[in-house]
Design a protein around this ligand. Structure first.
Ligand code: AMP
Ligand code: MG
Length: 421
């Protein structure tokens, strides 16, 4: 059954959609497989980090009170990294020590080799019999105390944390060989339309290459999903129903289709969903915008995205991306954004408008955003050229050059260049 069509703002529509999503169940995976996954439990340090006091320099471990400038100390030990626990430092002596080696008990400082008379440079040379201290260390100098980074039991990472390189490194340092993560969402995606051909099939008259199958699968993977590509499906009710059933049978956690959800005579997707599920058809005050189809089919959440490639990808960014991130266990899904000064005058009909722009660094600080070209919803080249989406908020009908707006960055910001003034 189709519900009556309410008029919703973008944020109202997104909030209604997100109510239907919660993180997938957790699973335990080896640390190396946890990259780009999302932590499913609060983790604490199982031991102190570092686990033992150690030297942060190559040099000589000493009692700082004895290491006065000019002191010549007998070298009583040689402590390489990884050599286990060294013997206590004999009174009145120094121990040669390497970076990362455990500090002998009794020592409270390390004199860097550069601050001694030791000029040995070849690897494997035994330590000298005596060493002369040139610069006196303060107590604690060049020593990394036990637990300097974390104490045993201290919270480390919270559930919902994305596991990037530094988080993985921290878990490795703490000995987490297995990590609890949320299951990776499996997202089925198919393109509907009798005019569509795969990219490797020559086009006949009236045919175009399927674009959305590629943009959407790439976007799914970019945000941590596993794309389940179901290809091209014709504009026939039975074909669309079969694709939706296949998605369910492959265990999809989310289904995306593109096209066939407007009011055209061959738009059968809507009918297919209504036979096997529930569809909410919303009019969202958004540009580019079409009615947004969101529902459930065979119990699986479903987005019916527009057919036009730009609208499909933008609707994905605004609505499906947060849903995917929430399924994946993330707690936050705000896009990385900058404030940028508009370069060109703009007019809008007052709907929340997403403009494809090229963001550049303004000499002297801040950012400037220029339109990336034709904003038509089928003009993919302007989206490919864009590195940002400038958001004209609801109610704004006119904007002048110099006005400041929020711009979502479409990548990590690496494509932002200096502006040509
Ligand atoms: P529809 O929603 O079926 O009315 O499609 C809207 C427009 O998007 C039409 O011009 C379609 O040819 C086009 N379109 C639909 N699906 C795709 C696709 N997968 N790749 C490229 N263009 C598409
Ligand atoms: Mg169509």
């Amino acid at each position: 059954m189709t519900n009556p069509q309410p008029m919703l703002s973008v944020s109202e529509a997104r909030a209604r959609i997100l109510e239907h999503f919660s993180p997938l169940p957790a699973e335990t995976v080896p640390l190396a497989a946890a990259a780009r996954r999302v932590l499913a439990a609060d983790l604490a340090a199982p031991h102190d980090l570092p686990p033992f006091a150690n030297s942060s320099m190559d040099g000589y471990a000493v009692r700082s009170a004895e290491a006065v400038p000019g002191a010549s100390l007998p070298v009583s030990a040689d402590v390489p990294a990884g050599a286990g626990l060294p013997a206590p430092l004999a009174v009145g002596t120094a121990a040669r020590i390497m970076t990362g080696a455990a500090l002998p008990s009794g020592a409270d400082a390390v004199v860097p080799v550069e601050d001694t008379d030791d000029r040995r440079e070849r690897p494997g040379e035994p330590p000298p019999a005596r060493v002369t201290i040139n610069t006196a260390p303060v107590a604690g100098a060049n020593v990394r105390p036990v637990g300097q980074d974390l104490r045993a039991g201290q919270p480390v990472l919270a559930a919902g944390a994305p596991l990037g390189p530094s988080a993985l490194g921290l878990l490795a340092a703490l000995g987490y060989a297995q990590v609890p993560v949320y299951r990776r969402p499996s997202v089925a995606v198919f393109s509907t339309g009798d005019e569509l051909r795969p990219v490797d099939v020559p086009l006949g008259p009236g045919q175009i290459h399927d674009t959305n199958g590629y943009t959407l699968a790439a976007a799914i993977e970019q945000y941590g999903g596993q794309a389940l590509r179901l290809g091209i499906v014709g504009d026939q009710l039975a074909a669309v129903r079969a694709a939706l059933l296949a998605a369910k049978e492959h265990g999809a956690d989310l289904i995306l289709s593109s096209a066939g959800v407007s009011v055209g005579a061959y738009d059968v997707v809507k009918a297919a969903i209504e036979l096997d599920g529930v569809l909410n058809f919303w009019r969202v005050r958004m540009r580019p915008g079409k009615p947004l189809a969101f529902g459930h089919v065979h119990g699986v959440p479903y987005f019916g995205l527009p057919g036009n490639p730009v609208s499909a990808l933008m609707t994905f960014e605004v609505f499906a991306r947060p849903a995917l991130l929430k399924l994946a266990g993330r707690r936050h899904w705000d896009k990385l954004a900058v404030h940028a000064a508009l370069a060109d005058p703009l007019e809008s009909d007052g709907r929340e408008t997403y403009l494809r722009v090229v963001v550049a660094r303004w000499p002297g600080g801040g950012y400037v955003a220029r339109t990336a070209g034709n904003q038509g919803s089928a003009v993919l080249s302007a989206l490919a050229r864009a590195n940002g989406l400038l958001i004209l908020p609801e109610g704004v009908t006119r904007a002048q050059p110099g006005d400041q707006f929020t711009v979502w960055l479409l990548d990590g910001g690496e494509t932002i260049l200096d502006a040509d003034p």
